[in-house]
Design a protein around this ligand. Sequence first.
Ligand code: ADP
Ligand code: GLC
Length: 481
Amino acid sequence: MKKILFATSEAVPFIKTGGLADVTGSLPKYLDKKEYDVRIILPKYMCMDSHFVEQLHFKCHFYVNLNWRKQYTGIFETKQDGITYYFIDNEFYFAGDKPYNQLHEDVEKFAYFSKAVLAALPYLDFCPDIIHCHDWQTGLIPVLLRTVYGAENYYAGMKTIFSIHNLKFQGRWNLNSVMDVTGLPAQIFTADKLESYGEANLLKGGLVYANAITTVSKSYAQEIMTEQGGEGLHGLLSARHNDLYGITNGLDYEVFNPETDASLIQNFKATNVKNGKSANKLALQREFAFPQEQGTFLLGMVSRMTDQKGFDLVAYIMEELLNTAKIQVIVLGTGEDRYQDMFRYFENKYPNQLKAYIGYSEELAHRIYASCDAFLMPSLFEPCGLSQLMSMRYGTLPIVRETGGLKDTVLPYNEYEKTGTGFSFANYNAHEMLNTIRYAMHIYYDKRKEWDAMVKRAMKEDFSWERSAKEYEKLYDNLVL
Ligand code: ADP
Ligand code: GLC
């Protein structure tokens, strides 16, 4: 039995700000339980829902040395769907109303978390063969393992995998502060190790010291080795290309299942999708005080509102789109003020056509995936993307830009061969996006049979974890004989 420990800053159902939590909270369930004992360790944030906090059991406590500081560290434990979760408790670092705050605070917080994870291992009765680290917040784990802890017997032979979910976020802060916070020796803050463009870079540490690197789609794995997509680290990633694997994310098919999803007004499957989606669509139109028009093209978006997600393009063409098309648009998201304000403006100007719910709601997200005709995701870059997979699973056709995981998972409609599971455009250009939305609407309004057939094709695609879980298993097997 191979022992794997996922170290992550978020995991469903306990804490989620984006797709990272979906992945770390669902992948362990789909790895072969007879061969792999996979557990998860994450911070015990004070902003976690109280009903989750109540289910945690205190295990033990100890102290972690962070340079000249000595930090209390508690360990809590619980089981969820047969998977053991460990939580690192420290109320100084994990206070606040959200998991992430100012970058300089987060750099110290996750430097502490990384050290606490390693220091916690002897107290867990679980000595992992592999620590599977996710994103910059856990980048110091491979570094600490190979520099500080490596000499101790207990840690000897332990391997690390570093998974990149988003290369844009690297945990960069000034060298002296990071040296002070971590207490790591100056000789590892060099250009071939933790230093990057004059700063300390935690993600880079993970990339340099991990035994293997993965990212969440095949296309993104290629893109990050180019200057354009490499966020300043393409040289290092290219140098490590033999250890870099692109493994496309899957969905938790138990949670994202239109046949059983309790958030929906009416459950459905591919054979009764038309009726099922109609009922959900009318209910969503009612919920958002839109005219209840079964036949009007309903376009959805569920997203963090950042420039990654293509909101600049949306802002540029929204007026033109709403002015010229028979369309209703529903947006769910939070993020940058400029995008929230943009949607507020259009909501006031076109109350029968656009509604934005600025906030976070898991149930509403599911209702949007289930009720809309199409889902817009025009990302500037997209490591994998889960929202387009969720949409397809619920028979909502994605309109995406051909980048990263979007390119790998959405097959563009081909009207001659009658293939495709959605619509896509190549360039980060607002009018190219607008034309693609219009093209989708043309198929919806004028070639409805084609549209309906495509809905069924999209629902039949397999985005479960089955295949990708096997790729992770293979990687684990390669690292640990
Ligand atoms: P990213 O991780 O870059 O945000 P993904 O597509 O991989 O993008 O995953 C986003 C996840 O977050 C999906 O599960 C999506 O449904 C969810 N999500 C994003 N914004 C919201 C929101 N405002 N309310 C509810 N769920 C949201
Ligand atoms: C990141 C990426 C997203 C990916 C998710 C889970 O948040 O932006 O594309 O799906 O991580 O891997």
